[in-house]
Ligand binder design. Sequence first.
Ligand SMILES: [Fe+2]
Length: 375
Amino acid sequence: MNNKDFYLFFPKKLESGSGKIKLLKNKIGDKKVFILASESAYLNNKEIFDEIINEKCYLYFVCKGEPTVDSVDAAAAVARNFLPELIIGFGGGSAMDTAKAVAALCTNEGSILNYLELPQYNKKLNYAPLKWYAVPTTSGTGSESTKNAVISGEKFKKSIRDDRLIADYIILDPDLMTSTPLENTVISGVDCICQLTESYLSVNSNFITDILSLEGLKLAKNLNKIIKYPENINLRNDMALAATFSGITLANAGLCAVHGIANLFSEEFKIIHGVACGVLLPHVLMYSEKDNEKKYCNIYKALGGKGKYKRYLLSEYILKYWAELKFPNKLDISTDRKTLSALVEKAYLLQKNNPVKLTKENINDIICKIVDVRN
Ligand SMILES: [Fe+2]
């Protein structure tokens, strides 16, 4: 146990288990509710969902893909006009992030751009966001239990962040997750494993987040079994909990160089977040191992690794695990030497919380392993 001072931040209330979605009906009651749902999540669960909502609810479908400044502002304009008492996010990470951002814009004026962590903006929220409930239908981003929403612009991907953006209520019902397409299940599950691993290795981790990270990894290790048995409620339940734990650990301990550099690839080359993180993970881990063998061994065991741990075994194990999931081992990027140098310079600044300070040479080697570099 480390004895560093720490700060802990948890979601307010969490209901976990099969059938818990039915509790939402009473929670909604006769309130005016603005629901930000992913259309596919709604259609996959239409029967359950239609029994819960009533004529006082406004059902708004969020845009496909990650939320943008324009998509959030458009949703907020409709919500402001509707004057809701409560916001609900229903779907994957994009629905959660849009719900959080709209909850903030229902009580604060202007565009979401004003509140993003960009040097020229970064305005603080004057008023507490509207209450919001999270009902995730995918497992991975952990956005249901974080205090930030990630929003993309033309050439950036930044967060609005505020302690008051934490969900007032989370329903984790695995029944809603069995219909998640397998590709999404894998990509978001890999993102979850990255988040748990990075928050465990973060220089800002503490003994509570360490427990949650390792327990989360033990739950997430069966991602490969979900691919074989996608309708298994117990496996889906485990993955849902792992994802929510990853949101809690990342909100408290932060993430490391994997997410930092992955965001660069998402911003510059529009690579899907979970894909960029997963491809980077084994390589960044290899260059960050040094004196962290004990923690690396714990991650290896939590993910189901057997036998005596030796240096670099975790990276090798993850590469094999990804291959079993048919997860890519390279990014679909071809770049020239000049662009590579520019990427290395930018990535070097994105290793906040990493247990080891990566050199520019390390980062160059990592990037060369995962993209095609033309001469
Ligand atoms: Fe992530």
